[in-house]
Design a protein around this ligand. Sequence first.
Ligand code: B4P
Length: 191
Amino acid sequence: MSKMNIVLFGPPGAGKGTQSKFLIERYGLAHLSTGDLLRAEIQAETPLGKQAQELMSAGELVPDEVVVGMIRNRLTTDTDAKGFIFDGFPRTKAQAEALDNMLGKLGSAINLMLSLEVEEEELVKRLLGRGTTSGRPDDQSEQVVRRRIKEYEAKTALLKDYYAAQGKLRPIKGMGTIAEITGRLAAAIDA
Ligand code: B4P
């Protein structure tokens, strides 16, 4: 069977990390979250982590070369996977082009972009809610949370056009319960 590669897309707090957990189980895909990979680097106090920490705490994106390098490492080592869920990556046009390039070299491609659509006030509520327990510095202040959403609108949202031009965009309503949204995502994948 050919591999299935999915970009799980949406603004900060849209439910990408939350929904990835269900999808990797249901479809046997490997999970690649650049946010998780960056937080692991910060935890391990690597030079890369130190560079990323300041930008992430301010709600800004880290440089493209950094995240592309992390993804390249995983794509070339997790070769047994049935496919990947890309969670929080790509976030810029340069990252999307690099991803197409890397997958192309492996004889593979993105099949679908599932884009979770959520209203801004709900995003702010979810992220500040997570901030009360997660300890994540970027979830603590409303100012930083809104900054992250602005970064998304300025640099990331345009990727919907990039994947739409390839016929791969599937907008998914991201408001409602976690289970309802999982159901909508699964229906889009199964179709
Ligand atoms: P990420 O780790 O990708 O984080 P995110 O956008 O905050 O989260 P996500 O969408 O996964 O959260 P979820 O809704 O699941 O990025 C963090 C930072 O890393 C970025 O700001 C950037 O600095 C850097 N970074 C990462 N990737 C990068 C890249 N490619 N290039 C450059 N920089 C990059 O969870 C949010 C909360 O909502 C949770 O508490 C959850 O329980 C809740 N929730 C989820 N679904 C819900 C629902 N249906 N109803 C109610 N609550 C819900």
